[in-house]
Design a protein around this ligand. Structure first.
Ligand code: DHB
Length: 367
């Protein structure tokens, strides 16, 4: 008999450039999953092909095209930013190759192709609980400061809509995504004197933001820092220092999440990666691999339409808690946790103190 052809997974990530931390986290998590679960599924050998798109959407698209045509991949995965997830969507549809989005988080992404499925989150999903918490805490006036592209605009709209519907007032500021200088915006925040500053910056950028927050003296001005959890990303949180203490964020993953699954995940991840702490990008990659493996088991190794159909409705216990793939939207349904930055065992963590269970993307739920 002929040797069985390997089943190829193309993992396209920003491995260099300003968003390399996302690529590094996801690649490490995908490799950990394969190391723990073996590289044979449904009798087929899994071959991982990692490609660096450098964070440029035209490169993502070209790499996806080459992987589909030359390597005949069964699945493409990764996608560190919204424009990078959108670029190959027409190719996923044309070639009927499932596209597993492990990072990018603008709500509309899953609507760009019926072959897209997502294991990260959406900004509205993480943000509406923040607005509800802020309102319950009695905050009245909030300034939002977001990176000016898909996920930032999603976060701004979700927060503003939910917070003003409860009687709060909001002022919106947007900062460029590329090489952001936060200082002129932070001066506006200082002048506006809100109860809280709501911030969204993509994973990895939080450290730069925090530095300028301190330089402008905003940590001493009594302005509370709130937002979805990207700004206090576990990968960089401990390096931020005491300025981050007390920040309240809402998100689906904390490295300090208290469960046996997460303790095992964090320990194995650190051990395999020189002590690096996994962040929410890592858990998106780990769960994305789980989804691919479980889908392939159900199809007995078949790809295409059968594989995307098999992924719909799957549920499992992730390091982040219980999750499932919404069969209608192909987005992930998950708990959102309210967390506060605290020092624990000498390190800074997002310590979870409340849970909103089984949250769906609220934008699609309203359609
Ligand atoms: C996106 C990127 C991020 O790094 C993040 O934390 C959230 C969203 C995005 O581009 O979709």
């Amino acid at each position: 008999a002929l040797a069985q052809e390997a089943l190829k997974i193309g993992l396209i990530l920003p491995m260099t450039g300003p968003f390399a931390s996302t690529g590094r986290q996801i690649e490490a998590a995908v490799k950990l999953y394969m190391q723990q679960n073996g590289d044979t599924v449904a009798g087929k050998k899994i071959q991982l092909i990692v490609k660096d798109d450098t964070g440029v959407a035209d490169v993502t698209k070209r790499l996806a095209q080459e992987l589909i045509v030359n390597d005949k991949i069964a699945v493409m995965a990764g996608f560190g930013l919204t424009p990078l997830a959108l670029a190959p969507a027409p190719l996923a549809t044309q070639a009927k190759v499932p596209e597993v989005v492990m990072a990018a988080a603008t709500s509309t992404i899953t609507e760009a192709s019926p072959f897209i499925v997502r294991t990260s989150f959406t900004l509205p999903q993480a943000t509406v609980p923040m607005a509800e918490w802020a309102s319950k805490e009695g905050l009245k006036k909030v300034v939002t400061l977001v990176s000016d592209y898909g996920p930032g605009i999603d976060a701004e709209k979700a927060f503003t809509g939910a917070f003003t519907s409860k009687g709060g007032t909001v002022e919106n500021l947007r900062v460029p995504l590329a090489n952001p200088d936060f200082s002129p915006f932070l001066q506006k925040v200082a002048d506006a004197k809100p109860d809280a500053l709501f911030v969204f910056v993509p994973s990895g950028v939080g450290a730069q933001f925090m530095k300028q927050f301190v330089e402008r003296g905003l940590d001493k001005a009594g302005i509370k820092l709130i937002g979805p959890g990207d700004v206090t990303d576990d990968d960089i949180l401990n390096g931020m220092g005491d300025v981050a203490l007390g920040a309240i964020t809402t998100q689906h993953y904390s490295a300090s999440h208290d469960s046996p699954e997460n303790k095992a995940f964090v320990e194995a991840f650190k051990k395999a990666n020189g002590g690096m702490r996994p962040n929410f990008m890592a858990v998106g990659g780990y769960d994305g691999m789980h989804l691919i493996y479980e889908g392939l088991k159900k199809t007995n190794g078949a790809g295409g339409q059968a594989l995307i159909d098999a992924m719909k409705g799957l549920s499992w216990t992730s390091p982040r808690g219980p999750v499932s793939i919404d069969p209608q939207t192909r987005d992930i349904v998950q708990n959102i946790y309210v967390r506060k930055v605290e020092r624990k065992d000498g390190e800074l963590y997002n310590v979870e103190f409340a849970t909103i269970p089984n949250v769906k993307d609220p934008v699609k739920a309203a359609k």
